[in-house]
Structures are given as C-alpha cells and as structure tokens.
Design a protein around this ligand. Structure first.
Ligand code: ZN
Length: 281
C-alpha cells in the first residue's frame, strides 16, 4: 500500500512539475512576444511622429512640403494591388534590374516582393535621428559623403534608411487612417513600392530644418551640399523638383538613392530622373 502511494505521489509530483514548467514556458514566450511587439510599436510610433510633426510644418508652409515617411510614391497605383508579389513589369528579364542589383527599381510601376529583404544590411555609424540600416555598399558610400560634408563644415544626419515591407505597410496604413485614402496616396508609398525597402535609400536631414524632412531642406547649405556632391559618392536626389509627373512624387530634396558613382554621375549630368535615364517612362 505504501509503495502504491509512493508511486502515486511520484507520478503526481512529476505531473505537477511538468505542468509548472509548461506554465513558465508559456509565460516566458508571452512576455517575449509582448516585448517584441512593444519595440516594433515604438519604432512605428517614432516614424509616425516624424510624419506628424512634418505635416504640421508643411501646412503652415506650402502644400508641397512633406515628410518622406509619408511621401514618395503613389497616386496612380491606388488601383494596383498591394503588390505582395514581385514586379509588375519585366525589368528582371533585362538583366541589370534583377533583385539585389544596385540599380534595382522600386516605383509605382515596379514593385518589390513582400518577402524581399536585402541580405547585406548594416547599421549606419553616422549622426542619425534614429538607428537605421542600409545595404553595405551604400552605407560605405554614404559614410564617405558624410565625411566629405563634415570636412566642408556641413553636418548631415541620417533620418531613415531601410524599411521593411511590414513597417512600410504600417506607415502607409497610418497615413490612410490619419489623412484619408486620397491624401495618403499622394504622399505615402504603398508597401512594396518604396525604395527604402531596397536598403539603397536614405533620407537625410539637418539641424537647420529641425531634423525634419522638409522641402525647405533643399535651400539649406546642407541640402545644397548633397544636391551638388551626392553623385560623387554614388547618390542621386531621386525625386527632383519639377519632375513629379515622371516620378509620381513631389520634390524630396532629402531622399538619396544609391546607384553607384558612374550611374549617379551620368544621371546628375543628364538632369534626368532615374525613370528617364533608364527609359522607363
Ligand atoms: Zn525617402
């Protein structure tokens, strides 16, 4: 009888221990998930606040001033799918534009897969308004540009580099919720159509514009510096003034796109947009 009881006791004890361990494991996983979610939400909130503050400034300024977070890309693609799948065009077949290429296109016509994540992202070690990443080659080039600017007495700051498809989705949705579909589509990139997902774009800002993303940045000495010198390091001002009909986006003096020195210099000298340069319009 005592043996039976002891067996029962052991089985009960082990059973209880297993249940307790399971409960601990569940709590741990739950806490971890909540922490991850909280971090993600904090990041999104930071982006949104940048948008909101810029919008306020924009309203008192001009209708064209706008934050990149909600800018670049969109209007006509409203009816286009949210592009959860790859490219709508056939640039991939032409060779140089394949996924992962430095000159890969992301715009209203050519969207990225929702699963596309560059495999060589690195954290920028530069003055920044937040931690941000770019592809390795672009990060190296941006560092050289920032160093050259610094030598000329110009202090530039990174604002926003790589953004995941998911982050872009949340930003876009935030803009739709905040401004309504029409306005959002004028200033915000639908997920899959942002160059930031390529890891080849960086929004640059300065203290002179309050670390915001404003059209007036183009008139500051920092904005002038990158307009004049970015191509020497492989970057172009992707959405120039007066080219909205072609790029689909209003003037964004802060949005740099990396293409390598040769192409960037060619485009700079030609005065063309990337779309015109590659005959995509
Ligand atoms: Zn941008």
């Amino acid at each position: 009888m005592r043996i039976v009881n002891r067996k029962k006791f052991l089985i009960t004890t082990i059973g209880l221990l297993v249940i307790i361990l399971l409960i601990i494991a569940l709590i741990t996983v739950n806490v971890y998930n909540r922490m991850s979610k909280a971090n993600e939400e904090a990041a999104i909130e930071a982006e949104n606040q940048a948008s909101a503050s810029t919008t306020t400034t924009q309203t008192s300024n001009s209708s064209q001033t706008t934050s990149d977070v909600k800018t670049e890309e969109d209007t006509q693609t409203v009816t286009q799918s949210q592009s959860t799948e790859t490219v709508t065009g056939d640039l991939g077949a032409s060779g140089n534009f394949e996924s992962g290429s430095i000159i890969q296109v992301a715009n209203k016509q050519y969207s990225l897969s929702s699963s596309y994540v560059p495999d060589d992202l690195v954290w920028l070690d530069l003055p920044s308004t937040r931690d941000t990443q770019m592809r390795s080659e672009a990060a190296t080039a941006l560092t050289e540009l920032f160093n050259a600017a610094d030598s000329a007495g110009i202090e530039l700051y990174c604002c926003s580099g790589y953004r995941s498809y998911e982050t872009q989705s949340e930003l876009y949705q935030w803009n739709v919720d905040t401004y309504g579909q029409t306005e959002a589509d004028l200033v915000s990139a639908k997920p899959g159509t942002s160059e930031h997902q390529l890891g080849l774009a960086m929004d640059v800002t300065s203290e002179s514009v309050g670390f915001d993303l404003l059209e007036s940045f183009g008139e500051t000495e920092e904005g002038q510096y990158i307009a004049d010198h970015a191509h020497e390091y492989g970057f172009i001002i992707r959405y120039p003034q007066g080219k909205t009909a072609i790029t689909g986006y209003s003037y964004e003096p802060w949005h740099l796109r990396y293409l390598g020195v040769d192409v960037a210099t060619d485009i700079y000298n030609s005065g063309k947009t990337m779309e015109e340069y590659y005959g995509l319009v």
